[in-house]
Design a protein around this ligand. Sequence first.
Ligand code: ATP
Ligand code: MG
Length: 272
Amino acid sequence: MGHTYVIGNFKGGVGKTKTVTMLAYESAVVKKKKTLVIDLDPQGNATSVLAKTGNVSSIEKNITDGFSSGSLKNQITPIFENLDLIASNTAFRNLSKLLLQKFPEDELKQINYLKDLIAPIKGDYDAIYLDVPPTISDYSDNAMLAADFCIIVLQTQELSLDGAQTYIAYMQYLVDNYNAELNVLGIIPCMLKPSGRVDTKVLDQAKELYGGNVLNTIVKYQERLKVYDVQGIEMNENVNGKIDMWDKKAHDVFINVLDELTEHENYFIERS
Ligand SMILES: Nc1ncnc2c1ncn2[C@@H]1O[C@H](COP(=O)(O)OP(=O)(O)OP(=O)(O)O)[C@@H](O)[C@H]1O
Ligand SMILES: [Mg+2]
């Protein structure tokens, strides 16, 4: 049975959705693993990128109906071979209300609902990636309790570790108080500004705090990665039958990230 991963940081716009969509793509296309993305953000950014990627023009199935009906099985949209999506929609903004109605006064059931919903489909996938909004909320709680691992995105140009640190502290809180069973799989240094160098101070600080959890691969600003928001993720071949050099550069960095994360995961599995 595969594992479930949540990509986290309690700051907005640090590259969470980019990481989810690219890792899912490499997992499905390059590693040929049966992969599912569950979009838990009512803004639906991952949904829109993956819909464009698979040329899916309209998506009827969605996470809100899954949560209402108590089953995700009928809410899966195939994107292409090996890649499925459970799409989000704006109706999912009422998650808190929905959970309160379903499980009045049972907080444990409210925050464990996603985990229970994933259980029957987990065996169908090698990897499940969860994309969440950047807040401490029912979304993040449900995602963290459903996940086996969290992958943290660290914005190295922010001059602080705040978003990542808050995330790890909150994860520990859920482990201590709600029996969450997840571990940090890796911390990905990301830089989203076109200019500027890697902030080595922040990176050194992160390595001091989190040691080998910090990946060696750094995701730098790439115009092509930005373009994928509009056009969907691409891997075009040029006239010589070679992959376009900018596409290759964009994909290579996330293939490296995925390889490092897999190494960490194998280490966890060996130890347990
Ligand atoms: N390596 C990169 N190079 C260039 N642009 C990037 C890169 N990573 C992310 N971006 C862009 O930065 C913006 C924010 O990224 P993204 O949507 O992944 O952040 P997020 O953490 O999911 O945001 P939110 O908290 O709002 O969900 C997007 O426009 C995305 O295309
Ligand atoms: Mg996002």
